[in-house]
Design a protein around this ligand. Sequence first.
Ligand code: MTE
Ligand code: MO
Length: 236
Amino acid sequence: MSVGVDRRTLLTTGLAAAAGASGLGVAAYLAKRYNLIPPDHGGIYGVGETLTYAAHRVLTSGHSLAREFDRSQISRVVPVNGKHPEVDAYQRLLAGGFADWKLTIDGLVDRPSSFSVADLKRFPSHSQITHQACEEGWSFIAEWRGARLSDVLHSVGVQPQAKWVFFFTFDKWWDSLDIPDALHQQTFLAYGMKGQEMSLDTRAQVRLHVARYTGYKSLKYLSRLCVQDHTKTNGC
Ligand SMILES: Nc1nc2c(c(=O)[nH]1)N[C@H]1C(S)=C(S)[C@@H](COP(=O)(O)O)O[C@H]1N2
Ligand SMILES: [Mo]
């Protein structure tokens, strides 16, 4: 994988070593063991993720908002992290301008469904100017436009026992949010940026934008969402 991931692995290995020494590693282990944190791709964020999530839950209510900015504060440079997935299925969608792309939502929902870009655009459109920060140390402020994930999830009828939403992508990343974060008003399925359509040259046409979290939760190249009551990815 990319150099970035190697750096992250180093970073989290270092964190885990430091945390182990202070007992935080045990807390992280227990949190993971008892399904208290939303897991991420390969667990590479480990202790750091656990602490971030715990701090979120202790310091903020599920309804607290990420800061929003003025138009004048939008960054001129908005770096793109990574390349489009090379898998054939994704390359075919890209070549066709995403006309055949659909986002499947299944799991603990009353009406498993698939949404095209046009379908997502039929939900009320919202915009927000927020900060996206990569854990590797760079960040930018951008205006994002899209459907609230909550509106899309409500339309398929999330069942009462649901606890987590898992997100799967064409580049085989995955991540998860708990239901309060998935339903949060600033969690978007974004299809626009800087007043334009999301650029197919650089980013996926629709991406998750989770304003209250570090950039790695804002998955691109989405293929499927699965609503669950447990944190096992293979149960989806
Ligand atoms: N599918 C997928 N989504 C992803 C990533 C990825 O590698 N694959 N990288 C994440 C990380 S670490 C960051 S910081 C942001 C970067 O988003 P950007 O390319 O819009 O800057 O995307 C996130 N979403
Ligand atoms: Mo990142």
